[in-house]
Design a protein around this ligand. Structure first.
Ligand code: C5P
Ligand code: C5P
Ligand code: ZN
Length: 487
């Protein structure tokens, strides 16, 4: 839990970063912003864009997969008066200090800090500096939100977007899928401003936009034997409860059910699952749903979980500008286009999952890890999503999953590792594994204990996998590899 002193210190760092931004704007300086390409990164880009727009600043925002030499070269050539990095940066302080030590940089991040750097030009706001857990208590868009709010209280209207970013990073892991830590403060702002409300209901994905029978059939969390994966059975189940699946010619979504229907469905599902012996799963059926009250019903933007997936798709499908526009309030063509990007993104993921299963060598089991080789087939920007989905499917197994794919146009591979809470309990920290294995094999890596990534030259990948397998093995034996076990 976050205590008051930690919050005060964190907020004072946010004020300091806001001050640096404000001074740059007052001097009419140009601000170059870079953000990470997942849902949280796109949300962070939206929050900072709106704040800078309100200040009438001169700025540009770009969304990238990582901080690399291309960004550094742009900074050297363009000579912006200020660089702002959101949802990444804390793992790159040394690189920035080596390459652009005299450039003013504001870093608004929540990833593990790999090294401390003493340079007054760099102002960092990171919860880990104050004993606040960046993996569960605040996301990159949340950190950015606190700075935006310090710049101008009107930026409270970005609170819902900041929470959408936290959903993207799967931070709704507290009781009944609620938020904790600094995310709770953001939620309070959003609720008090009349922008969000919480509804206790089934937490299945697709609450606003998916036909109910499809929502039931596509849920794997919880997995409902006899219904998950079986749309016709889901239809029959609803029919047996006298729940109409259509209304006015349109399929109804879970959010369209009235209170009586909701209760009937929840009780029937609970009873059904108990009859299958799924006692633990039943307690996870109901939880918090976060509704963006000003958004239209039956759109992805009304449900924070669906909103996050929409943003994720724009970032990973090379259209982050659409996601940023939506975060800033655009509801016209940007929303229509994003919805079609989301559809393409889903098709791609399904295509990739099918492809992995076609040949056994594409999913291998080693001593301590699973390995998925996406070759040059799986897009390296989507390999992270594939890894997240596949590890959920392997959750009965006690091994992390490491997936990789070739980076387009480069002789390198992108690696994405994911694991389960159960494996973390046994001592695994993938952030350390990715960092150490990539350092040994001429690459760069890091992240959270439960989800981490790396890039290495293609020639190194087989050795990298051997090292990662061995490092996980050592962690499972109780060794703490890096001298710290940050979340
Ligand atoms: O860069 P970033 O922190 O935004 O990446 C988060 C990634 O890690 C996401 O893919 C998210 O699904 C995953 N994650 C997770 N569980 C957590 C935190 C993050 O699976 N507790
Ligand atoms: O890229 P992927 O989604 O697999 O990343 C998982 C987590 O690891 C993210 O939080 C990401 O920002 C982090 N990461 C990192 N350094 C890298 C690659 C990924 O900190 N080189
Ligand atoms: Zn993040």
């Amino acid at each position: 839990m976050v205590d008051q002193t930690q919050i005060v210190q964190f907020l004072s760092a946010a004020d300091k970063a806001a001050q640096v931004i404000l001074e740059t704007v007052q001097q009419d300086g140009f601000i170059d912003c870079f953000s990470h390409l997942d849902a949280d990164g796109v949300a962070a880009a939206g929050v900072i864009s709106k704040a800078l727009y309100r200040l009438d600043a001169r700025y540009r925002v770009r969304v990238m997969q990582w901080v690399d030499d291309k960004i550094i070269n742009d900074i050297i050539v363009d000579k912006p008066q200020l660089v702002v990095l959101t949802d990444f940066g804390s793992g790159y302080l040394q690189l920035l200090n080596e390459k652009v030590p005299s450039v003013k940089v504001v870093i608004l991040d929540h990833h593990q800090i790999t090294a401390k750097v003493d340079n007054d030009n760099f102002v960092q706001v990171n919860p880990h500096d104050y004993g606040i857990d960046g993996a569960t208590e605040v996301s990159g868009s949340g950190v950015t939100y606190f700075v935006a709010k310090s710049l101008n209280p009107e930026n409270v209207d970005s609170a819902p977007v900041a929470l959408v970013g936290a959903f993207g990073d799967m931070q709704d892991k507290y009781d009944q899928r609620s938020f904790g830590g600094l995310n709770e403060l953001i939620l309070k702002d959003a609720v008090e401003a009349g922008l969000m409300k919480i509804e206790k209901d089934l937490t299945f994905f697709g609450r606003e936009t998916r036909p109910i029978h499809r929502t039931l059939a596509t849920t794997t969390n919880p997995f409902i034997p006899g219904i998950s994966g079986e749309e016709d059975k889901a239809l029959a189940f609803l029919a047996s409860l006298d729940i109409d699946i259509k209304q006015g010619g349109r399929f109804r979504a879970l959010s369209d059910l009235n209170e009586v229907e909701k209760k009937r469905l929840c009780s029937a599902l609970a009873e059904y699952m108990l009859s299958k012996g799924l006692h633990v799963e039943v307690s996870n059926l109901i939880g918090n749903n976060y509704v963006l009250v000003n958004e239209e019903s039956n759109t992805a933007l009304r449900d924070a979980r669906e909103y996050a997936v929409l943003l994720n798709s724009t970032g990973r499908m090379d259209r982050p500008g659409l996601g940023i526009a939506i975060c800033m309030g655009d509801r016209g063509t940007a929303l229509d286009e994003s919805n079609s990007i989301l559809e393409d993104y889903r098709k791609n993921i399904n295509k990739y999952l099918g492809w992995v299963m076609e040949k056994p060598e594409r999913l291998r089991e080693l001593t301590n890890i699973y390995v998925v080789n996406g070759e040059d087939y799986i897009n390296e920007k989507i390999i992270g999503t594939v890894s997240s989905i596949m590890v959920a499917g392997l959750s009965n197994n006690q091994k992390p999953l490491i997936a990789y794919a070739k980076v387009d146009g480069e002789a390198s591979v992108k690696i994405s590792s994911r694991t389960s809470e159960a494996v973390l309990q046994r001592g695994v920290n993938l952030g350390d594994v990715m960092r150490l294995a990539s350092e040994k094999h001429l690459g760069k890596g890091g992240g959270h204990s439960i989800a981490a990534g790396a890039q290495v030259p293609m020639s190194q990948i087989e050795d990298f996998i051997v090292t990662a397998d061995e490092l996980v093995g050592r962690q499972l034996k109780g060794e703490i590899l890096a001298g710290n076990n940050n979340p």
